[in-house]
Structures are given as C-alpha cells and as structure tokens.
Design a protein around this ligand. Sequence first.
Ligand code: NAD
Length: 415
Amino acid sequence: MQSYNSFEVAQKQLRSVAELLNLDRATLELLLWPQREFKFTLPVKMDNGATNVFHGYRIQHNFARGPAKGGIRFHPDETIDTMRAHAGWMTWKTAVVDVPLGGGKGGVVCDPRKMSVRELENTARAYVRALWQHIGVDRDVPAPDVYTNPQTMAWMMDEYETITNQHQPGVMSNKPLSLGGSQGRRDATARGGVIVVREACKTFGVDPTGAYAIQGFGSTGQRLAMFHQNLLGGGTLIAVSDSTGAVFNKNGINPRELVSHKLRTGAVEGFPGSEPIDPKSILELEVAVLYPAALENAINVGNADRVRARIVCELANGPTTPQADRMLFEKGVHVIPDILANAGGVAGSYLEMVQNRSSFYWKESEFDDMLDATMTKAYHSVLGASRERSVTMRTGAMLVAVARVAEACKLRGWV
Ligand code: NAD
C-alpha cells in the first residue's frame, strides 16, 4: 500500500473544500495549520532503575469554537505530522456535531506493550507535569486514544489536580465512572454510529432489519453488534472479523454470544455455528449496512468495486481511501464518513464535560437521548449540504464543519 503523510492528506482535503466555500486566503492559511504546538521531553523512571527519555507532543489545532479536544496516544510510530492531522480532524468532528469545542491531539512516542503498569503511570504523570499550564477545562481537554484508556485519564487528572490544588475532573474526559465519568460515554461512539445509520435507512428506504457485517471486533465493534439490533429493532449480523480471522453465518450470529466467545478465547474464529471466511471478503458481502471498525484504508481501489453494501458507516478513522470514496459514490453506496459516523465519542465527551462543570450527573437514558438528538441533527445537516452541492457525504461533512469554524474565526475578528 502506498505510504502517505496524513498531515499532507488533511491539508489537501481542506484545500479542496476551501475552494468550494470560496474561503479567503487568510482563513485558509489559519485553518491549514495548528494554532499551537507543544513538543517536550519526558524523563521517566523505569522499573529497572534506569531513566528513559520519551518525546511528547500536544497539538492544539483550533480554539475558535471552544477549548481544544482530542485524544492522547501512547504509540511507538507517532509523529508530529500524524498528530497535526488528527488534531485538525478533531476540529472538523466537533464542528460537524456542533458542540462548542475545538480540536487537539497529542501523544508520547513509546511502546506501552513493553511497559509495566507503574511505567505507564509514570509516563502519564510526566506528560501532565510537562503540559499542565496549557491544558484545562477552558483550554484543552484530552481523552484516551490508541493504547491509553480511562485509567490513563485517571492518573493524568490526579496529577493535574495535585499540581493545581483544585478539584478539576473536567480536565480529562472518558474517565472512570467513580472519578466523574459519565454513564453512557463508554458506549457513545458505537451508539452514535447506529443512530446515523438509522437516519440513513429512513432517508434511503434501506431495511434496517436486513443483513449487516462488522470489520473489527474491539470495544467499538462489539458494542455496534448489539446496538444495531437494539436501536434498529432487528437486523441479521452475518459476518464479523478481527485481526485473527473472520466468521460467517447467513442465518445470523448472536452478538451477545459472539462477545462472550471473543472474551473467552480472544478471537472471533471458532464461534459455534459459524464458518470461517477470508477476512478481506467481509467488505464484499451483500449487506444493508457495512461497518468498518478497525483499520485505515480497508476500502481502497483494489476492492471498492466489489463492495455490495447499501450503507457504509465508517466507525474507524480513515477506512476508505479518497479514490475508493469516489468509486462508492458513483456506485450509489451511501458512505457515512468517519468525522460524522464516529463523532458520537466526542459528542459524549462534551456531555461529560457539561456534567463535570455543573457537578450534576444525569441518568444514562438522559445522556443517550441528548446524544441521539445531536447525532440526528448532525446527520441531516451533512446530508443537506451533500445534496445541495451534489457531493459525497464526506465533502458535505467538511463543508458544514469548515464553514462553522471559518465563521467563528471571522466573528472573532481573526481574519
Ligand atoms: P480496539 O483496539 O478496541 O479494536 C480494534 C479491533 O480491530 C480489534 O478487534 C482488532 O482485532 C481488529 N483488527 C485489527 N486488525 C484487523 C484486521 N486486519 N481485520 C479485521 N479486524 C482487525 O479499537 P476501537 O476502540 O474499537 O477502535 C476501532 C476504530 O474505531 C479505530 O479506527 C478507532 O480510531 C475508531 N474510533 C474509536 C473510538 C472509540 O471511542 N473507541 C472513537 C472514534 C473512532
């Protein structure tokens, strides 16, 4: 597969939407670049007594609509350019769902799979010691991302509160429930994806109780499998893949039993009553809805012409290459792009921030209702923009988002 620089890709996407919006030169230049970038070194004491010096980053792409918002990754392959790209995509994601936040992303170049729990905690706390003056409920609110989780957020929040001598649970989102996390946040990404599928089915006359397939059976894929049936009143899950293989049953796979099997055995393969299939073929099955929930570039020029789904809902970030996106559009496949399809996560983080600010926590059903209203409205804004201009839903989503951010920059008198 062709290698590419994701920041260059992100800038190219913005340039093409800027042309459609007739953005002026100064606004485009402002949005092409992060507003602030932090690079720092993190000396971390390892279990063997040695000190490792890791490199840390935080990119704050845009603050025009609110504090920066986005994950922190611990990953050996992170570069400043991947974080710049993802910070920008977070700005568009928060704008698409119209929550009052900007975009950010950060990370530490390290390999958590080779680190102990104590070393991970030391790294998380060192990250906050380096950055604490530049984050906070009104500046920048990080969240978990690749190889970080609610426990990482708990350590980071504790370090921040210790340094500032204040109770500030809202400084991080997606925290454990007992430390100011929200009921419903854990499920918000998958729930948001199914809500936009529900709207797409209604709009295009697709039977929501038809067949569906899921690529990737991690935290998002497992929840999707269940919510699809719960929220849409049915649906036959015919195929699921993970990194070790794929299973198929044309009569349906029970989502709950497959989750138990995966938790017990570590893989979807060997699920009773199913037959193994080539994991690549999962993208080519005749289904009402296909959920790519694993990898980047899964749908590409090599397989896009064989995709037979009516709706592709991109829970993963970047699962469809730009050429494949055009091929699917021309074939009439309705692609719900990642910045809309998986924005339930950040919409849920916003609800958690609101609860933290007011120190008042709602019932899960209230959280779910608010998430539903936010995602439903966002889907129809993007659909409206894509129809008005006869463009893909991806371009429609960028048109909506970039216009909102550009307007905020202009009203502030920045451009
Ligand atoms: P996860 O690590 O829990 O799960 C990833 C799954 O993908 C695993 O089941 C893994 O086995 C599977 N996988 C890996 N390689 C595969 C392959 N070649 N074929 C099929 N499956 C493969 O991650 P997650 O949190 O479920 O995230 C999945 C995707 O959703 C990622 O792209 C992530 O960026 C995106 N996303 C997640 C969230 C969230 O809140 N978790 C929010 C926004 C976007």
